[in-house]
Ligand binder design. Structure first.
Ligand SMILES: Nc1nc2c(ncn2[C@@H]2O[C@H](COP(=O)(O)OP(=O)(O)OP(=O)(O)O)[C@@H](O)[C@H]2O)c(=O)[nH]1
Ligand SMILES: [Mg+2]
Ligand SMILES: [Zn+2]
Length: 336
């Protein structure tokens, strides 16, 4: 029997055991087939927000997801020590990494998010929000830090209180492209998306409870369609940003170090204690930025952890601890 009800749709929200999908015929509450679940080897075999899927449309806006079309890009992370993977979103053009200028501001955290984005082929960009809370001078100093550390990353500074930067953000978001909003809880992801939508569709944290930190307001991922034709995805804030399984993203993030490492004496040099290490000598001479170096080592370590046995982990921790102590001493000496 020919099936005329097969259509392509996009997954726009994910619930427990069901998905909201959308196509030109409307929105459907969709489930995967039993066969699909049976064949699924990992989380990655299930649909995620952003996926293009083939569906069978049923009456009353129900649907069955038959197939996931190949993903162009993916944002995923390992979220626990059991290496379970969480797919944050797929088919994303740009990942906006949002930090607010208050206590949340942290350059290393940007770097972690960038690694997650780049691992999945997604271009990262920075939104620095809540700039109404600081002076022009403080803002300039933060922007200089961002510019120096992340030379090739676009950044926009915004405030949903004064509307600063919102036009710039709107212009940045292009028709038919998909943008994923990432960042800690409370930085203003949902507030920014409400501004882009021009109305308060998403519930955000009440200003009066603003001190109640650590409470997650947004609890599910959801895609929103802007009048301009741009597509944005709101996410719940992430508690800790774990790394995914490859170190490719990290290496591209620290090109400078990767290039130096080509001249290390040993091909598998970890740049922690080896003789003839080009990276360590650059660190000593001051040619390599010390924050960048420690961040690199920490990220490497974090990625490595997932691939190591517990015993190896302990040994590496011990070595690393020793190394850190020595390095700190060295740097102190160097500074004096
Ligand atoms: N002063 C100031 N407050 C802001 C700004 N943007 C958001 N807020 C406030 O920050 C709080 C958190 O905003 P949300 O939009 O809920 O933050 P979120 O990132 O979506 O948080 P989760 O959903 O928990 O991940 C709310 O009280 C907002 O009113 C801003 O630009 N300036
Ligand atoms: Mg939110
Ligand atoms: Zn080395």
């Amino acid at each position: 029997m020919e099936n005329n009800s097969k259509k392509v749709a996009r997954v726009i929200a994910e619930y427990k055991g069901a998905y909201k999908v959308k196509n030109e015929n409307g929105e459907f509450l969709a489930k995967v087939t039993g066969k699909q679940m049976f064949n699924a080897l990992s989380r990655e075999d299930y649909p995620a927000v952003g996926d293009f899927v083939v569906i069978d449309e049923l009456p009353e806006n129900q649907a069955v997801i038959k197939e996931i079309l190949p993903r162009k890009t993916i944002i995923k992370r390992k979220y626990n020590s059991k290496n379970e993977i969480q797919i944050i979103a797929t088919n994303i053009d740009v990942a906006f990494v949002i930090e607010s200028v208050d206590r949340d501001f942290n350059l290393n955290r940007f770097e972690r998010y960038f690694a997650i984005a780049r691992d999945g082929g997604v271009k990262p960009a920075i939104i620095l929000n809540k700039i109404d809370l600081i002076s022009k001078e403080e803002l300039d100093s933060k922007l200089v830090q961002i510019k120096n550390r992340f030379k090739d990353v676009d950044f926009i500074s915004t405030s949903v209180v004064t509307d600063q930067g919102l036009n710039e953000l709107k212009t940045y978001i292009k028709k038919e492209k998909t943008y994923c909003f990432l960042g800690s809880s409370g930085v203003g992801k949902s507030s920014l998306i409400n501004k882009l939508l021009g109305k308060n569709i998403i519930k955000t944290e009440d200003i009066s409870t603003g001190s109640d930190r650590g409470k997650h307001i947004t609890t599910s991922r959801e895609m929103y369609f802007l009048e301009s034709g741009g597509i944005v995805i709101d996410n719940p804030g992430m508690r800790e940003v774990g790394m995914t399984d490859t170190s490719v993203g990290i290496d591209s993030l620290f090109d400078e170090i990767t290039i130096m490492a080509e001249n290390c004496k040993y091909i598998d040099c970890t740049h922690i204690h080896e003789p003839g290490c080009e990276v360590l000598s650059a660190l000593k001479s001051g040619k390599l930025d010390k924050d960048k170096y420690f961040n690199y080592i920490n990220l490497k370590k974090e990625v490595g952890h997932y691939e190591m046995t517990e015993l190896e982990q302990r040994e590496k921790d011990r070595q690393f601890g020793k190394f850190l102590k020595n390095a700190k001493k060295e740097i102190k000496k160097y500074k004096q």
